[in-house]
Write a protein that binds this ligand. Sequence first.
Ligand code: TYD
Ligand code: MG
Length: 462
Amino acid sequence: MAMKSKTVYVCTQCGCQLPKWQGRCPDCGEWNSIVQEELQVSPASANRRSAAVTMEAQPLSAITADEGQRLKTGIAEFDRVLGGGIVPGSVVLLCGDPGIGKSTILLQVCHHLSQQNKVLYVSGEESLRQIKLRANRLNINGDDLLLSAATDAASIVESIKALQPDLVVIDSIQTMNLQEISSSPGSVTQVRECTQQFIAAAKGAGVPIFLVGHVNKDGGIAGPKVLEHMVDTVLYFEGDRNLSYRILRAIKNRYGSTNEIGVFEMEAVGLAEVENPSKMLLEGRPEGVSGTCVVSLMEGTRPILAEVQALVAKSALNAPRRVTTGFDFNRTNLLIAVLEKRAGFRFGTLDAYVNVAGGLHIDEPAADLAVALALISNLVDKPLPADAVAFGELGLTGEIRGVSQPQQRVSEAYRLGLRTFILPSQCLNAVKESDFPDAKFYAVRNLSQALRLFRGASGGEE
Ligand code: TYD
Ligand code: MG
């Protein structure tokens, strides 16, 4: 059969196909992510399509699937994010920025599993020597952990069939290639076709496969977004490279919930589980001190907690200082203006500092309420309840506006042990209170209702 080929323009971030080049992807809005690619219908994939067999159907009750079949990795945080272990035949995409620790955690997972199972780790990025050096650093050794430095997807699939391992790791999908496709490794076509091959191998042999996907904004390499719809589970490994903690989150999971997070700490000997994430996230947060408030944010579809701190002090300058770290400077000025005008507080002779602890950067209006509460708390020198979390947008008239996904924001904070919720009243309607026993909800419509939390505070009007 003759090989057909046509030129298309593909977005490397979302995989959207266009007939001509554009500066901005009309689908995902990313700039400069469209690249030209040769799209081919290879004889191999055409054959696959024409192999028609009669479909079999079974009654649901006749199919057995018990939780006992899941492979436990031995790393509790990792298992929890997966929904209780690795499901045989599943394909998991682990995404994250370069250098965040994807190879490290997967090597650790392989090590734990290889004590009882046969594990194959295929690296297209590092040589065997480099992997060995990393393994030495992690104190990993073993006969049942098979390593291979390969990039040819077809031969890897054949090896999977021959070796019959219990787990396969492909590090990373962007380095894999299929010879019958002319585009370079990392292109949308290559990445998709290789993934398709690995998915077929996983389902066929019942072997779970982990694919590593780099998140990058570099136009030439396909991002993991183009694969998200194909795989069973998508995990994101995130964190600030300058800070030691890392958060593992499922954003898609066919075999479990996506609300669970796993928290790790990068140490000299690899990633260590953090058993009490709330303790770590709110680490160093002194209780009973004014000027701090926890906020529940959404990062895309993912909730995350941050601690907002504020310090208000007498200024020695004519024009008082406003300093912000991790929060928008102009937004801080706006919030201070609203607090002055609508709640009667005076900041005119005071310096105000706002800081987001832990090096996070907040650009969501949902943090307004927490910033305002932290500022007032410090101004009147009254602490908020130690288990309080606030979210909501502050409008110019002093109204507290609803924000998206209150249920997720509340459940994240609840999971991390916080029990007092200060939230916009329209958000409370969208929160299923029965999911959160022993939680206290303060629904607020405007600034003065929110400031009742500091009842008796001097300077404010109710
Ligand atoms: P790596 O797993 O190579 O990242 P990725 O595969 O996501 O690109 O991790 C790289 C970083 O982790 C590197 O900057 C060094 C650090 N690291 C440690 O701090 N301790 C360790 O034991 C290891 C193996 C790596
Ligand atoms: Mg790596």
